[in-house]
Design a protein around this ligand. Structure first.
Ligand SMILES: NC(=O)c1ccc[n+]([C@@H]2O[C@H](COP(=O)([O-])OP(=O)(O)OC[C@H]3O[C@@H](n4cnc5c(N)ncnc54)[C@H](OP(=O)(O)O)[C@@H]3O)[C@@H](O)[C@H]2O)c1
Length: 284
């Protein structure tokens, strides 16, 4: 989509973290935004922070795991702003556990928030976009969906699913003016789930992987919409050669993860969590 001014967007996960920067980046482009997440207070704060942008902003408290609330989100956003041109599926959760110890209800919740909700929300807005011959969907996945992250198998699985969903939808949409992109951030500094984990545990990504500034993710969202990019990776060091190698030689993945420091990082997070839960226990 080239001319974004006056477009209407729904942004999920807008109450904190990377969503706050995405809200500002969309508003800076002249896009009216419907901010969605569970925390009404968080949404109101983000709305106040972007009030000086010359756009309409509406806060719609929504739990994306509730299908009726997804209906209400689209209806309210459409009533308040007009037809939805842009959907940014950003809401996401992560958790870290050895898989043999993963709480089953947590697995279900991860899939509901990270994968089912974006697919259902896309299903709701896509017919209108196709009718009006205008629209773009951006899914926020993760580098974890390209290369995985040990002890976060459910999270990585949902993000891999979201990446594949985007690519298959692009095939279906290739002859239409409606676009679809996936943005895959690596570790992001200062705001968001990785920064929260780093602040809580003091554990940070290896220098080889590095951290991106959160603005880079918001910039990637706008770039994806403007250029109809299929997939944008946001990471300080180039990751595609590594990802290609993992595709060609899947057997080397555990060794690559180890040499990049990813496995050690994940194990330290698990150990820090176990210790916090029970000082007597330290695993793995
Ligand atoms: N930060 C990183 O380093 C990083 C790296 C790669 C990918 N990502 C991806 O980037 C996206 C944003 O993550 P973040 O780092 O900004 O995380 P965050 O700071 O934890 O924020 C997550 C957002 O999702 C919302 N959310 C969670 N569960 C929800 C639910 N059931 N219904 C509605 N909204 C819900 C939260 O709002 P409420 O709690 O108010 O509902 C919040 O606004 C996620 O998809 C994440 O996987 C982040």
């Amino acid at each position: 989509m080239k001319d974004l001014r006056g477009s209407n967007a729904i942004l999920t996960g807008a109450s904190r973290g990377l969503g706050t920067l995405m809200a500002d980046a969309l508003a800076a482009e002249g896009i009216n935004v419907a901010l969605a997440a569970r925390s009404a207070d968080g949404l109101e704060k983000v709305s106040a922070d972007i009030a000086d942008r010359d756009v309409k902003v509406v806060c719609i408290p929504t739990d994306v795991t509730d299908a009726s609330q997804l209906d209400a989100l689209v209806t309210t956003a459409t009533n308040e702003l007009g037809p939805i041109d842009i959907l940014v599926n950003n809401a996401g959760i992560e958790s870290t556990h050895p898989f043999d110890d993963y709480p089953p209800e947590e697995i279900v919740r991860l899939i509901d928030v990270n994968l089912t909700a974006p697919l259902l929300l896309t299903r709701k807005v896509l017919p209108g976009m196709l009718r009006r011959e205008r629209g773009h969907i951006v899914n926020i996945a993760s580098l974890a969906g390209k290369g995985g992250f040990p002890y976060q198998a459910p999270y990585a699985s949902t993000k891999a699913g979201l990446i594949m969903f985007t690519h298959m939808l692009r095939v279906e949409l290739q002859d239409s003016p409606v676009g679809c992109s996936v943005v895959c951030p690596g570790f992001v500094s200062e705001q968001g789930m990785y920064a929260d984990m780093r602040d809580q545990t003091g554990i940070k990504a290896s220098r080889l992987l590095g951290e991106s500034r959160p603005e880079k993710v918001a910039e990637a969202v706008v770039k994806a919409i403007k250029t109809d990019a299929s997939e944008l990776i946001v990471n300080p060091s180039p990751m595609r050669p590594m990802i290609a190698m993992a595709q060609l030689f899947p057997d080397v993945v555990p060794r690559v993860m180890k040499s990049l420091g990813v496995t050690a990082l994940a194990r330290r997070v698990v150990a820090a969590q176990s210790k916090a839960e029970d000082p007597e226990v330290e695993r793995p």
